[in-house]
Design a protein. Structure first.
Ligand code: SAM
Length: 285
């Protein structure tokens, strides 16, 4: 039995050399017709290191912590959670917070670059040695072992899945990795507002101040292409599937989750009437 599922993968995840390496991909690749790029697997090409490094250096973690508060930590404590699998580790923000709060945390992500950055961030922020595993959600159980009290999929990550089959598969994999009374916490942007209110809702979101501006550049029922602009005028994009809130709730219950509670906003990036984000808490039993 494999008791340390991250062991092999940590070596793998720290391998990519982002600076000065010929394998580094510096520009995003969307081809001639960016709005046709609607593929689940494309996320690894969208999070190029220069984009992620810029994001992380501008959105400082303290500000992000202030804006998010203890929402997730309080929720997990309320549920008596001890072990957590962070399936969308990214650069490690939530994993590090969870470790600092004393949760037994394993950090997974499909992008090796992200995990390498998360590992570095863990060391920088309080000497945490992140237990990282490179794993795509569609085949999570193949690469991550064990059962967890909670799985977190945060930072509007689930939106990267472009087919219903992939979404069902990913949710089923999350379900299978939870203990019988475990919970899944998954957040998403409020795409209903963007889809239904059309251009009026196409406001620019400013993250933690005015440093990074984010706005939907193109929207239809199958794609929300977000534009990220930084103070040095550099621009990046992410192609995302615009998840409707009730659709996600339905999928969760169809996959087997018994009870789903949905919260509006925990962070205020825009002071409108509608929440910018929803957080779903789904109970396995
Ligand atoms: N939770 C982090 C945060 O809030 O800062 C990171 C969020 S980032 C928007 C989304 C992350 O999900 C990326 O690190 C990406 O590599 C990962 N991801 C997207 N699709 C994935 C998939 N199919 N399997 C595994 N990871 C995936």
């Amino acid at each position: 039995p494999q008791t340390e599922p991250w062991r092999d993968c940590r070596a793998r995840a720290t391998l990519p050399q982002r600076k000065g390496s010929s394998t580094v991909q510096s520009a995003q690749e969307f081809g001639d017709n960016p709005v046709e790029v609607r593929e689940t697997g494309h996320y690894t090409e969208e999070y190029v290191p220069s984009f992620v490094e810029k994001w992380d250096s501008l959105i400082d973690w303290e500000k992000r912590e202030e804006s998010e508060g203890n929402f997730f930590i309080d929720l997990l404590r309320k549920w008596g959670v001890k072990s957590v699998l962070d399936v969308a580790t990214g650069t490690g923000f939530h994993s590090v917070r969870l470790l600092s709060a004393g949760f037994d945390t394993v950090s997974a992500d499909g992008s090796a670059d992200m995990l390498a950055m998360a590992f570095e961030n863990g060391m920088k922020q309080g000497d945490h040695i992140l237990r990282v595993v490179q794993a795509d959600w569609r085949w999570l159980n193949r690469d991550v072992h064990g059962e967890y009290d909670a799985i977190v999929c945060l930072g509007n990550s689930f939106t990267h899945l472009f087919s219903e089959r992939d979404r069902r598969k990913a949710l089923a994999e999350f379900y299978a990795m939870l203990k019988h009374d475990g919970i899944l916490i998954l957040d998403q942007r409020n795409y209903d507002a963007i889809l239904d209110d059309g251009y009026t809702s196409k406001h620019t979101y400013y993250y933690c101040g005015e440093d990074v501006s984010v706005a939907p550049e193109y929207v239809d029922e199958g794609l929300c292409r977000m534009r990220y602009e930084f103070p040095d005028d550099s621009v990046y994009h992410l192609n995302m599937f615009p998840l409707r809130k009730d659709y996600v709730r339905r999928l969760m219950s169809e996959v087997g989750f018994q009870h789903i509670e949905t919260y509006g906003d925990f962070q205020h990036t825009y002071r409108g009437e509608q929440p910018d984000f929803f957080v779903h808490v789904a109970e396995k039993e």
